[in-house]
Design a protein around this ligand. Structure first.
Ligand code: ZN
Length: 169
């Protein structure tokens, strides 16, 4: 089932999400919905708060479903290593139409659980490191806009508010 993606201005995007403690059919349905919603958007990553669900779950697929078996599902993820630096343009399905250059670690290692509660480790550099950092930020109630210069952020927020006022957001 496709779920509506909430946009900047929705409280769930700025609220830290809760740890998952039950790995049941409802969690599996949520994860499947998130994967379908990410592919339909289309996007390379989606976090549960982006569909209004305050749980620490995210999905990433750099191939957007083009290559089978590349989807990464992470439940309760956390960083165990972060090093290096990269500067690339980044966007977000919850902030459509705005791409900003965001500084991120060049390489990360994340540990978490899969949909059944089994431990998983994911190591990524380049785009995967960026996607992991972006999605884990969502689980902490942070957006990529919180990682750019304050002036740049306020310019974008002003543009979004203008769109909201004219009902185009
Ligand atoms: Zn995002």
């Amino acid at each position: 089932m496709l779920r509506p993606i909430v946009k900047f201005g929705t409280p769930s995007l700025q609220t830290p999400a809760q740890a998952v403690t039950v790995f049941d059919a409802a969690l599996h349905a949520l994860i499947d919905d998130m994967i379908h919603t990410m592919y339909a958007a289309p996007g390379i990553g989606l976090a549960a708060p982006q569909i209004g669900v305050p749980l620490r779950v995210c999905v990433i697929d750099l191939s957007v479903g083009e290559r089978g078996g590349e989807v990464i599902t992470l439940v309760n993820p956390e960083f165990v290593e972060r090093d290096g630096m990269q500067l690339e343009e980044e966007g977000c399905l919850s902030v459509p139409g705005f791409e900003v250059t965001v500084p991120r670690p060049g390489r990360v290692v994340v540990k978490g659980q899969d949909r059944n509660g089994h431990s998983v480790n994911v190591e990524g550099s380049g785009l995967l490191a960026r996607a992991l950092q972006h999605e884990l930020d969502h689980l902490d109630g942070k957006l990529f806009l919180d990682r750019v210069r304050p002036l740049q952020r306020s310019v974008i927020v002003r543009k979004i508010k203008k769109l909201q006022r004219s009902d185009r957001w």
